[in-house]
Design a binder for this molecule. Structure first.
Ligand SMILES: Cc1cc2nc3c(=O)[nH]c(=O)nc-3n(C[C@H](O)[C@H](O)[C@H](O)COP(=O)(O)OP(=O)(O)OC[C@H]3O[C@@H](n4cnc5c(N)ncnc54)[C@H](O)[C@@H]3O)c2cc1C
Length: 320
């Protein structure tokens, strides 16, 4: 079977569960980029089982999409099956439950589709403290585990107890702990075909007023230090030498524009896309900035942003 035939077979097997040529740009915070050949919004583990069964007959590349806050999808799109967990009311992946789990301890259990800021705020209101850092990260619980998201001195690795996972490409699903997740700096063991269904996070009992104050402080700090507009947070991970933003500034690339993309003038590790702009411009700018930093600072930066549908690296010289 050719790739096109596999996609056709998949579409037929999935029926109304799958939609064709769904634009991915609006599902990302960059708000640019092309469509997924096929797209499924899963409301239940049963939906995921149907996807897995269909993929077993007609395997194609899979992209799991969270809140798209760390994704750059090429203008030509993703020529495979994109799967997103639904955050709608009827979805199995949209709940948050907070329960005591020991003296002074609580467990916050959240579905994979729930936004991290929602988790942080709901936890604080329930007197479950320690997750306030998550209010500034606009991703989903699933995306946060995949990326080991973090900030303000904490990250997923510091608070994860257990999580549920489901593999779309193998007859495998189950529960895992921190050892299985193997979180490292902005990455983890989550494979491209693995879906994080839910997570249990550890919190400590405390005064909601203190939590609210911490949330407010984090939101103020973000507004003061980070740009708005269409971006995906930090473009590059921080190398051991220096913060990536400082290196970009040192290389003279702060404010650099290429077509419809620009390095933020507020924070040099952010790239902003113009409204109606091009993902390929963002990609080219990532490559240009990386080449400048390498040439002028002698450090080769790695992208934190996950690049989807680009054939080679965003550089005239090397792949990312
Ligand atoms: C303004 C702004 C500020 C940010 N600040 C921070 C910050 O302080 N700290 C930080 O760590 N990040 C930050 N980010 C980046 C981003 O929010 C995080 O990486 C976040 O964890 C991504 O989650 P997501 O749901 O948006 O994932 P996506 O961007 O949709 O996907 C990212 C990766 O996770 C995978 N994935 C998504 N959902 C699932 C799932 N359910 N199961 C398995 N895999 C999944 C995708 O396949 C992809 O590989 C920021 C982004 C923005 C736009």
């Amino acid at each position: 079977m050719s790739h096109a035939e596999r996609l056709e077979t998949l579409a037929r097997l999935l029926g109304p569960l799958a939609r064709r040529r769904v634009p991915l740009g609006p599902l990302t915070t960059y708000r640019v980029g092309g469509p997924a050949a096929l797209f499924v919004e899963a409301r239940s583990t049963d939906d995921l089982r149907r996807v897995r069964a269909a993929l077993a007959e007609a395997p194609v590349p899979v992209l799991v999409v969270g809140r798209g806050s760390n994704l750059l999808v090429a203008d030509r799109g993703f020529d495979g099956l994109a799967v997103k967990l639904s955050a709608g009311r009827s979805s199995e992946f949209a709940g948050v439950e907070i329960e005591p789990s020991g003296p002074g301890e609580l467990t916050v259990r959240a579905g994979g589709a729930v936004g991290l800021p929602v988790v942080a705020r709901r936890a604080v209101e329930a007197g479950a403290l320690g997750l306030e850092w998550a209010v500034g990260v606009p991703g989903s619980v699933g995306g946060a585990l995949a990326m080991n998201a973090g900030g303000h001195g904490a990250d997923v690795a510091a608070c994860l107890r257990r999580y549920g996972w489901f593999d779309l490409a193998a007859q495998a699903e189950g529960e895992g702990d921190l050892d299985r997740l193997a979180p490292a700096y902005r990455t983890s063991s989550v494979r491209p075909t693995e879906v994080v269904l839910w997570a249990e996070l550890a919190a400590r009992a405390g005064d909601p007023a203190a939590g609210r104050a911490a949330l407010g402080e984090i939101v103020r700090w973000r507004r003061a230090h980070q740009p708005g507009g269409a971006n995906a947070g930090s473009v590059f991970t921080n190398p051991p030498e220096a913060p990536a933003g400082a290196l970009v500034e040192q290389a003279g690339a702060k404010g650099l524009r290429l077509g419809t993309a620009q390095v933020s003038t507020k924070h040099a590790n952010f790239i902003q896309a113009d409204e109606g702009g091009s993902a390929d411009d963002v990609w080219r700018l990532i490559g240009a900035v990386r080449d400048l930093v390498e040439a002028r600072c002698g450090v080769r930066l790695s992208t934190e942003v996950r690049l989807v549908g680009f054939e080679a690296g965003p550089s005239t010289r090397r792949a990312p």
